[in-house]
Structure formats: structure tokens, C-alpha cells
Design a protein around this ligand. Structure first.
Ligand code: SF4
Length: 312
């Protein structure tokens, strides 16, 4: 089962500074059926108690490197929180994604308040210390925050990235050129739906590699995951669907072609969700199997019962 890191409080563990939790029902009830969550609470992990005094980020205009401080005692716990990630690199490398608790000075992914020292003046420009270190150590790892997962587009995008990254992690090692070519081909329509120039550029660069070096491997996956982190647009999905339709030009009669074409247009106009034309495409693919299409992650990127394409 795919392993996904998560802030412990999102699974209902009472580890917050006030002794409470921030249980995410989507993570615990729905996503948890498909992934194995590995919970971490960095603050408890570095030895702080529950309950504990509040922690906040402090910085003087230099929001790239704020400090995590306990205002009540003046203690600076920045290094400890970063070390908490460093010391777990082996376990973290097994994860295919990470769900972080929003706004936390340790776990927050973005827009965490950074205070001016000895003042309540603040700006929402920070990233939690643990989250920032996690991103530094593993730039390709899909990260998302609990609150953002309530947005259907962002939810779908995160889960798509989880499964693509997991497929990458499962490639045979050491990575051979043929395996990477095969992987790139299988992600073609997924990547085209997100970023056509990156698909073509990566394809060109891959074709120039005589062998897959560690540097190229890192470059490839970081570029791919960065491109996928932008949700796919309706326009790009439409292009991909029309491209796929072309694969059936010799198998479908004119009524079938017209039906599929009009469903794709209805999707583009917002009258149908993405899964409607895709369901018909999968039906035709069953009747007229095509090896190239069957290998495409785009057609079955994640478990159906997450119902992610109903909202797209
Ligand atoms: S946000 Fe992170 S540090 Fe804070 S309680 Fe949750 S898991 Fe622990």
C-alpha cells in the first residue's frame, strides 16, 4: 500500500499545543482506505509536552529563514525541528506524499504567520520549519495541506501526484533507459493535460541520454512533479480527450464518433464532468483494446471510488 506521511493531529491524535487534534475526515475516512498513513508530530517528536506553550515563527523581514520560537520562554527550537526531518530521511524516502497541517509553525506548508520579534506584527509568508526541511530534502515529494484538500481541483491534483510519484518509486533500480522511456510514455497524456511544453522537453532530453545518470534521474522527476503540481486545465483535458479519440478513428462508426465528440465538447463547456467522456472512452477501449492507450496512467490514475473526476 502507498505510504503517505501526515501530521499526526490530522488523524485525530491529541498532540496539539492545547491537547486537541485537527482530524481531517477526508484523510482519515476516505484517503486512509487507499494509503497507509505514517503519522509524525515534529513538536512532540523533539520532546515537547502535550499541552505545551505556543510556538511561533519569528523573523525580521528575512522570511526565507524564520526561526521557531517559544515566546513564553524565549527558547529557539528551529534546529531541533529541522533535525527531526534529517534524522528520519530513510523513512521519509519511503513516502509517496505528505499531508501537512495548515498554519502550523512546524508543519504549515505556506502562508504561516511570521512575527517580528517582541511584536504582534506579522505577515503570512512563512513555511513551517519541519515542512520547509522536508521540501528541501525531497523536492519531488508531493506535499499538500489539509484545508486545501477540500478543494476538488487541489484534492485531485494531490492524489494524482501521489500515484505518479509512487509509480516512479516502484521503477526497477538501477534505472535503465528503457524503463524510463516506458515510464515517460505511460505518463504522456497525464503530463500533456498539465503541461505540454514540459512533456515535449523532457522527451527530447530523455532521448539524448545514453544512460540514465543520477543527476538526470533527479532532474527528470523533479521537473515532472513540478509540472504536475499545477492542476490540469479544461482546455488541456479537452485536447487530450480529442487526441485519444483519434485512436478509435477506424473502429467507431459515425454515430459513435459523433457521440464521443459531443460529450468531449459538453465537458469543455462545463455541462459534463470529465469522467463522462472518459467512461465512454474506457468502454470503447475495452471493445477495441489498444496497447498504447492501455498503458496510459491518464485513463486510471487513482482508485475510482475516491470519485475525484466527478468534480472536474
Ligand atoms: S501541526 Fe504538526 S507539530 Fe503541530 S500538533 Fe500537528 S503534527 Fe504536531
Amino acid at each position: 500500500m502507498i505510504k503517505v506521511g501526515i501530521s499526526s493531529c490530522l488523524l485525530g491524535q491529541k498532540v496539539r499545543f492545547d491537547g486537541g487534534h485537527k482530524r481531517s475526515s477526508f484523510c482519515d475516512d476516505e484517503l486512509g482506505r487507499h494509503v497507509h498513513f505514517v503519522p509524525y508530530c515534529p513538536e512532540v517528536g523533539i520532546g515537547l509536552s502535550v499541552p505545551r506553550p505556543t510556538i511561533r515563527l519569528e523573523g525580521e523581514g528575512d522570511t526565507d529563514s524564520p526561526r521557531a520560537v517559544i515566546p513564553k520562554t524565549g527558547q529557539d527550537i528551529t534546529v531541533e525541528l529541522a533535525d527531526f526531518a534529517d534524522q528520519r530521511q530513510t523513512q521519509l524516502a519511503e513516502l509517496s506524499g505528505y499531508v501537512l497541517c495548515a498554519k502550523s509553525p512546524s508543519c504549515g506548508m505556506e502562508r504561516v504567520r511570521v512575527y517580528q520579534p517582541d511584536s504582534n506584527m506579522n505577515s503570512k509568508e512563512g513555511m513551517g520549519i519541519f515542512a520547509a526541511r522536508l521540501r528541501q530534502l525531497m523536492p519531488a515529494l508531493p506535499l499538500e495541506e489539509d484545508g486545501r484538500l477540500n478543494d476538488p481541483l487541489l484534492r485531485e491534483n494531490f492524489i494524482l501526484r501521489l500515484y505518479v510519484y509512487n509509480a516512479w518509486q516502484r521503477l526497477p533500480q538501477p534505472l535503465q533507459s528503457a524503463d524510463l522511456h516506458q515510464f515517460h510514455a505511460s505518463q504522456k497524456f497525464t503530463l500533456l493535460a498539465h503541461n505540454q511544453p514540459v512533456y515535449r522537453r523532457l522527451g527530447r532530453e530523455l532521448a539524448q541520454q545514453k544512460r540514465i545518470t543520477a543527476e538526470f534521474k533527479t532532474y527528470y522527476i523533479e521537473t515532472l512533479m513540478d509540472a504536475l503540481s499545477q492542476p490540469a486545465s479544461k482546455k488541456n483535458h479537452t485536447n487530450v480527450l480529442q487526441h485519444i479519440q483519434g485512436f478509435f478513428k477506424d473502429q467507431l462508426d459515425s454515430d459513435e464518433k459523433e457521440e464521443l465528440a459531443s460529450l468531449i465538447l459538453e465537458y469543455r463547456e462545463g455541462q459534463q464532468p470529465l469522467m463522462v467522456p472518459l467512461t465512454l472512452i474506457k468502454h470503447y477501449l475495452k471493445k477495441h483494446p489498444d496497447d498504447y492507450l492501455l498503458q496510459q496512467s491518464y485513463l486510471s490514475p487513482y482508485p475510482n471510488d475516491l470519485k475525484l473526476r466527478y468534480g472536474l
